[in-house]
Design a protein around this ligand. Sequence first.
Ligand code: DC
Length: 231
Amino acid sequence: MKQKRITVAIDGHSSCGKSTMAKALAKRVGYAYIDTGAMYRAVTLYCLEHDMIKGDEVNKPRLRRHIPKIEITFQVNEEGKSDTWLNGKNVEKEIRGMEVSNKVSLVSAIGFVRRAMVAQQQAMGKNKGIVMDGRDIGTAVFPDAELKVFVTASAKVRAQRRFDELLGKGETGINFDDILRNVEERDYIDSHREVNPLRQATDALVLDNSNITIAEQQQWLLQKYEEVVKS
Ligand code: DC
């Protein structure tokens, strides 16, 4: 019997390991994986490159005019990993740096930016067989997803993970306290914005991964996935 293909929505706080588990599941079951945070990061990079952000202010009228010109795609690189491309340029490294991280919550809080990204995400997932991670996947992008997971971990644990990740990528001049502040600020903005705030879907399964290993969380997700496809 052919197994049914489903939509897997993984939401949660920043740096809580959502993408690690989402990617691993997608690879294991042969689904596409979409990192929606990377899309908001790419729009933020575009804004920075076009001088549209001054302090905490985004030039919204200009950005609104530019939105149709922003093309974000994902391409698998030679290591088999998915890279984010912005208007024909690989921006995977740039979108993970602190400059983008410090501004992304401002850009992702803008209603017309969210509507444009959500429409693209819905198009990418229209045939199911997809694992998508973000903040509003189970609540706004795919409210009918068959499997919804809400992942969380303490802010300190998440800041430490991001710190280690940036160090591992060779970023220099990074400071743990700056990263912790960035994580806390983004939690606040993400959960308090007007449009599609970070919220747990009422039918999501909750996973606090502060004290479990990556292998354990992957096993947990795979088991939940199998329960749904076999039901
Ligand atoms: O997952 P991440 O840290 O790469 O996400 C970057 C930012 O984008 C984060 O501050 C919240 C925002 N985001 C969002 O608002 N909605 C999503 N679906 C994904 C990310």
